[in-house]
Design a protein around this ligand. Structure first.
Ligand code: SAH
Length: 213
């Protein structure tokens, strides 16, 4: 279903500068309409963010693509995602052969996505918790991708990143953020790149925004 629309979305992303064939291939394969409410299914292959309930959104495909491209993770490497949401970003990484660990703080969203992954037979390890604290048990990670906007870079996430690994995180105010790409050079040294102008829902937690802030 929607093969033609998916191909058009891939062409659009290519025109917008996405070059990584593994990323484009994953976007061509994963059925985004399965990750959003049925009633808006026909919007699935537009390059826009869409509502998934509880005031949260599934990210714009371009955003998913550029973050995945910057993450530069390879097959069999461990990646931690903060903000599972619909599960679409996790499914893209999983399709690329990456071992995905993903944390969602909202219990209803977490349960719904866990059910979807069970039904789709996707092997992604999910947890319902505050992702700003990371996931010590499985650290270090080759990559960490944060899909909610944070006021700061949470310290635990830096600690749980492997040397040589990348942390991709939108940082800024509540209504707009810049995407920071940190490469861990050594135990406490990072190289930082930035790309601007993204709008994510807030990362709420001990090392993020306070509830209701
Ligand atoms: N990656 C998702 C994007 C979901 S939107 C997708 O592909 O659909 C961001 C999600 O982050 C929301 O579901 C929100 O509940 C969650 N979130 C916000 N703060 C969080 C935190 N501290 N830990 C884990 N999840 C968090």
């Amino acid at each position: 279903m929607f093969e033609h629309e998916r191909q058009e979305l891939v062409d659009t992303l290519r025109k917008k500068g996405i070059k990584d064939d593994l990323v484009l291939n994953a976007i061509n394969s994963i059925e985004r309409h399965l990750f959003i409410p049925n009633v808006i299914g026909h919007h699935a292959y537009k390059d826009t963010a869409l509502p998934i309930g509880y005031g949260q959104t599934i990210s714009q495909p371009y955003t998913v693509a550029i973050m995945t491209q910057y993450l530069k993770a390879s097959k069999n490497e461990k990646v931690l995602e903060i903000g599972t949401g619909s599960g679409y970003q996790a499914a893209i990484l999983n399709h690329m052969g990456i071992k995905v660990y993903s944390i969602e703080r909202n219990f209803e969203i977490y349960s719904r996505t866990q059910k979807l992954f069970d039904k789709m037979n996707l092997r992604v390890v999910l947890r319902c918790a505050d992702g700003t604290l990371g996931w010590e048990e499985y650290a270090p990670f080759k990559g960490i991708i944060v899909t909610a906007g944070s006021p700061v870079i949470p310290e635990n996430l830096k600690t749980q990143l492997a040397v040589g690994g990348k942390l991709v995180i939108p940082v800024g105010g509540r209504s707009s953020q810049v995407m920071k790409i940190l490469t861990k050079i050594s135990k406490d040294k990072y190289e930082i790149d930035e790309i601007s102008n993204f709008t994510f829902v807030p990362l709420v937690g001990k090392q993020g925004w306070k509830e209701g802030q």
